[in-house]
Write a protein that binds this ligand. Structure first.
Ligand code: 5GP
Ligand code: ZN
Length: 106
Protein backbone atom coordinates (compact mmCIF):
# COMPACT_ATOMS: atom_id res chain seq x y z
CA UNK A 1 0.00 0.00 0.00
CA UNK A 2 1.67 3.25 -1.07
CA UNK A 3 0.96 6.34 1.02
CA UNK A 4 0.60 9.66 -0.80
CA UNK A 5 1.49 12.54 1.51
CA UNK A 6 0.66 16.26 1.17
CA UNK A 7 3.42 18.34 2.74
CA UNK A 8 0.99 21.07 3.80
CA UNK A 9 -1.51 18.70 5.44
CA UNK A 10 -1.60 18.49 9.24
CA UNK A 11 -3.09 14.96 9.23
CA UNK A 12 -0.41 13.71 6.82
CA UNK A 13 2.18 15.07 9.24
CA UNK A 14 0.49 13.27 12.13
CA UNK A 15 0.12 10.05 10.10
CA UNK A 16 3.85 10.06 9.30
CA UNK A 17 4.87 10.91 12.87
CA UNK A 18 6.29 14.36 12.01
CA UNK A 19 3.76 15.92 14.38
CA UNK A 20 2.98 14.09 17.64
CA UNK A 21 -0.50 12.80 18.50
CA UNK A 22 -2.10 10.65 21.18
CA UNK A 23 -2.23 7.56 19.01
CA UNK A 24 -4.78 4.80 19.69
CA UNK A 25 -4.11 2.34 16.88
CA UNK A 26 -2.58 2.08 13.45
CA UNK A 27 -1.91 -0.34 10.63
CA UNK A 28 -0.43 0.04 7.14
CA UNK A 29 -3.43 1.98 5.83
CA UNK A 30 -5.21 3.63 8.75
CA UNK A 31 -4.39 5.59 11.91
CA UNK A 32 -6.55 6.49 14.93
CA UNK A 33 -5.64 9.26 17.39
CA UNK A 34 -7.34 11.49 19.93
CA UNK A 35 -8.88 14.75 18.71
CA UNK A 36 -6.96 17.76 20.04
CA UNK A 37 -10.23 19.49 21.00
CA UNK A 38 -12.55 16.70 22.18
CA UNK A 39 -16.31 17.37 21.99
CA UNK A 40 -17.12 14.48 24.39
CA UNK A 41 -15.26 12.36 26.98
CA UNK A 42 -14.16 10.07 24.13
CA UNK A 43 -13.41 11.72 20.80
CA UNK A 44 -10.91 10.32 18.40
CA UNK A 45 -10.28 10.50 14.68
CA UNK A 46 -9.82 7.64 12.23
CA UNK A 47 -8.29 8.34 8.84
CA UNK A 48 -6.44 6.80 5.95
CA UNK A 49 -2.69 7.43 6.06
CA UNK A 50 -2.71 8.33 2.39
CA UNK A 51 -3.84 11.88 1.62
CA UNK A 52 -7.40 12.00 0.28
CA UNK A 53 -9.35 15.22 0.54
CA UNK A 54 -12.67 13.77 1.65
CA UNK A 55 -14.62 10.51 1.63
CA UNK A 56 -15.79 11.13 -1.96
CA UNK A 57 -12.16 10.46 -2.97
CA UNK A 58 -11.96 7.15 -1.07
CA UNK A 59 -12.52 3.80 -2.74
CA UNK A 60 -14.45 0.98 -1.08
CA UNK A 61 -11.28 -0.76 0.09
CA UNK A 62 -9.97 2.31 1.90
CA UNK A 63 -13.42 3.05 3.31
CA UNK A 64 -13.60 -0.54 4.56
CA UNK A 65 -10.17 -0.29 6.14
CA UNK A 66 -11.25 2.80 8.10
CA UNK A 67 -14.54 1.25 9.20
CA UNK A 68 -12.81 -1.96 10.24
CA UNK A 69 -10.47 0.10 12.45
CA UNK A 70 -13.49 1.89 13.97
CA UNK A 71 -15.21 -1.46 14.54
CA UNK A 72 -12.17 -2.88 16.30
CA UNK A 73 -11.97 -0.04 18.83
CA UNK A 74 -15.21 0.92 20.61
CA UNK A 75 -18.91 1.66 21.06
CA UNK A 76 -19.56 5.02 19.47
CA UNK A 77 -21.16 7.55 17.26
CA UNK A 78 -19.38 7.97 13.93
CA UNK A 79 -19.46 11.33 12.14
CA UNK A 80 -17.97 12.41 8.85
CA UNK A 81 -18.01 16.02 7.69
CA UNK A 82 -17.59 15.85 3.91
CA UNK A 83 -16.59 19.17 2.38
CA UNK A 84 -16.43 22.71 3.74
CA UNK A 85 -20.21 23.12 3.48
CA UNK A 86 -20.61 20.17 5.83
CA UNK A 87 -18.20 21.65 8.37
CA UNK A 88 -15.00 19.88 7.28
CA UNK A 89 -12.05 22.02 8.39
CA UNK A 90 -9.10 19.63 7.85
CA UNK A 91 -9.10 18.59 4.20
CA UNK A 92 -7.77 15.08 4.78
CA UNK A 93 -10.70 12.69 5.05
CA UNK A 94 -11.43 11.52 8.59
CA UNK A 95 -14.13 9.97 10.73
CA UNK A 96 -14.92 11.38 14.16
CA UNK A 97 -15.64 8.66 16.71
CA UNK A 98 -17.42 10.05 19.74
CA UNK A 99 -18.77 8.46 22.91
CA UNK A 100 -18.78 8.64 26.68
CA UNK A 101 -21.90 10.76 27.15
CA UNK A 102 -25.51 10.73 26.04
CA UNK A 103 -25.60 12.53 22.74
CA UNK A 104 -28.49 14.53 21.34
CA UNK A 105 -29.07 14.68 17.63
CA UNK A 106 -29.26 18.43 17.19
P1 5GP B 1 -13.52 18.53 10.82
O1 5GP B 1 -14.18 19.82 11.24
O2 5GP B 1 -12.59 18.72 9.63
O3 5GP B 1 -14.51 17.42 10.59
O4 5GP B 1 -12.68 18.08 12.06
C1 5GP B 1 -11.33 18.36 12.23
C2 5GP B 1 -10.95 17.90 13.62
O5 5GP B 1 -9.55 17.83 13.70
C3 5GP B 1 -11.43 18.85 14.74
O6 5GP B 1 -12.26 18.13 15.64
C4 5GP B 1 -10.12 19.32 15.39
O7 5GP B 1 -10.23 19.47 16.79
C5 5GP B 1 -9.14 18.23 14.99
N1 5GP B 1 -7.76 18.69 14.84
C6 5GP B 1 -7.33 19.78 14.14
N2 5GP B 1 -6.00 19.89 14.23
C7 5GP B 1 -5.57 18.85 14.97
C8 5GP B 1 -4.27 18.42 15.42
O8 5GP B 1 -3.23 19.04 15.12
N3 5GP B 1 -4.21 17.29 16.16
C9 5GP B 1 -5.33 16.59 16.51
N4 5GP B 1 -5.16 15.49 17.27
N5 5GP B 1 -6.57 16.95 16.12
C10 5GP B 1 -6.69 18.07 15.36
ZN1 ZN C 1 -3.25 14.69 4.33
Amino acid sequence: MSVHSDENCIFCKIASGKIPSKKIAENDEVIAFHDIAPKAPVHFLVLPKTHVTDIMAMDAKLMGACLAMIQSIAGFRVINNCGANAGQTVMHAHFHVISGKMLGFE
